[in-house]
Ligand binder design. Structure first.
Ligand SMILES: [Zn+2]
Ligand SMILES: [Zn+2]
Length: 158
């Protein structure tokens, strides 16, 4: 199985075990995160959670995401899309495909274990792993590009 993430019930149990508060709002955020492979932003998690529970605030979402990343249950990634992306898939090393057009992020499971730092270039770092980010254009953005461009009528205001 490639994508391993804890179920909402497991996350709730973990939170409780650490003496953290478990609220209906938090459980809703766990449910939203579960199975989300889009590497959502805090804002999109908030939007999805709000659709299920009107009372969820963005602050609660931020707080919960912060705690989950402190616990190592999600990863907060800066993939150059302008916003922090949250990745609930923290089981082992994986890589990312990032669309330059729309900022879409997808997991990439491939073996890049031969990617190494050239000898003498590690600046004293003991390098453990490499995460590779591939940038390009997703299928939708490529389609949008090749579709005949629609004419936009521009009316000049004087
Ligand atoms: Zn795209
Ligand atoms: Zn990922």
């Amino acid at each position: 199985m490639l994508c391993v993430m804890r179920s909402p019930e497991e996350l709730s149990a973990l939170f409780r075990a650490q003496g953290r508060k478990i609220t209906a709002q938090r459980q809703c955020i766990f449910r939203v995160l579960h199975g989300d492979v889009s590497h959502p932003t805090a804002e999109s998690i908030h939007a999805a959670a709000k659709a299920q529970m009107e009372t969820i605030s963005l602050k609660t979402v931020y707080q919960t995401l912060h705690e989950l990343s402190a616990m190592g249950e999600i990863a907060a990634l800066d993939l150059g899309t302008g916003m922090t992306r949250f990745d609930p898939n923290v089981d082992g090393v994986h890589h990312h495909l990032v669309c330059r057009g729309c900022g879409k992020v997808r997991d990439l499971h491939a073996d890049f274990s031969t990617v190494t730092v050239p000898s003498g270039a590690a600046e004293g770092f003991d390098v453990g792993q490499a995460e590779v980010v591939f940038r390009g254009r997703c299928r939708e953005c490529r389609r949008a590009r090749t579709a005949p461009s629609r004419r936009v009528k521009v009316t000049a205001k004087t």
